[in-house]
Design a protein around this ligand. Sequence first.
Ligand SMILES: [Mn+2]
Length: 426
Amino acid sequence: MQLNKEQLQSVNSGGLDRHEAEFDFLADKLTAAGTDVEALVGDLADFQVAIPSWALGAGGTRFGRFSFYGEPGSLEQKIDDVGILHALTQTAGAVSLHIPWDTPTDYVAVRERAADHGLAFDAINSNTFQDQQGAAHSYKHGSLSATDEAAREQAIAHNLEVIEVGKKLGSKSLTVWLADGTTFPGQRNFQRSLVQTEDSLKQIYAGMPADWKLYIEYKPYEPNFYSTVIQDWGTSFMLANACGERAYTLVDLGHHLPNSNIEQIVSTLMLKGKLGGFHFNDSKYGDDDLTVGSIKPYALFLIFNELVYGMRNNPQNPDLAWMIDASHNVKDPLEDLIQSLEAIQEAYAKSLLVDQDRLSAAQAAHDVVECQEILQDAYRTDVRPLLQRARLNRGGALHPLRAYRKLDVRDALVRERGRNTVATGL
Ligand SMILES: [Mn+2]
């Protein structure tokens, strides 16, 4: 299934006059305050976020899984779903695959299908957190950190195979997230686990093409509840440095202990030129995988403020790989992703409004109140007309969620795929 420009134009038409009025009102105000509105809208239109293949179906918890109707049952259908998101929002221009869940059978056809939707293949993800059917060795007691040499070799070989898949699709980076760790004190030797992991990552790094990047994700707990081998940004940063220049830390918003200062983490990493990728989601308690911006939108804005500062002031840091990493248990996955994309664009737009020169002057004058005012003034601005303009300029939907419902996209998917579907890989 594919949405075309005519369908979008017809659902947009009724709302254009109101949009025009709201945009002009906001643009006048921002221009008077010294903002280059056209440049800002251009920045928003250029901002693209990858959608992971596993976010297109209903996820589950360790207690159960309730599937959603019309879920994509193949890689081709997953690409179609991201195509729908991109047509509506014009900000989901890439897909992030997971191997072995998404191993293509026909690479040419898969590449053509993605190109048809205007999609690129972003970072590719390996999986050593579960045993695959017919695998010779189990990851029950670790993969890249395993003391069992055969299991460790198998995990390294899997990552090298994932790189080969990515090469054929045009990916330029590999993301490694390790579930390795322990659930009970004394279960394993911390130092040995770390040494093994570093050695494994170095072997994977050595197997990457010269224009590829390695992203090392971290997480403090879960599925192991006493220790995780790559538990925090410091450990990831240390391992990235040990691997080499093209290895970076990847920050996932949900992979922190409560109240961690994530904006300071991204700031430090960008200063050191070592922030490679970013996974968006939101959480109340832990790695909840909730819709971006649904719980702590101000924290998201503060993080974006540091990301924008880094993008402007830290040429030593590479362009970032942006991805949504979320799971949907009660919502239509596509509606949830539309909400997430909107929240990301909103936080980005607001952070672009922060007057960095004024903030710098207020900081120098130790005017703490003024510093807070500058940030909150940007945060309190309703930037949605700017997001709408960026989408319209690229031929997207004025209101993506309303358009999705008006065009009965989910019904069309159910007609095409059936009601009792389960997304592959979940
Ligand atoms: Mn993640």
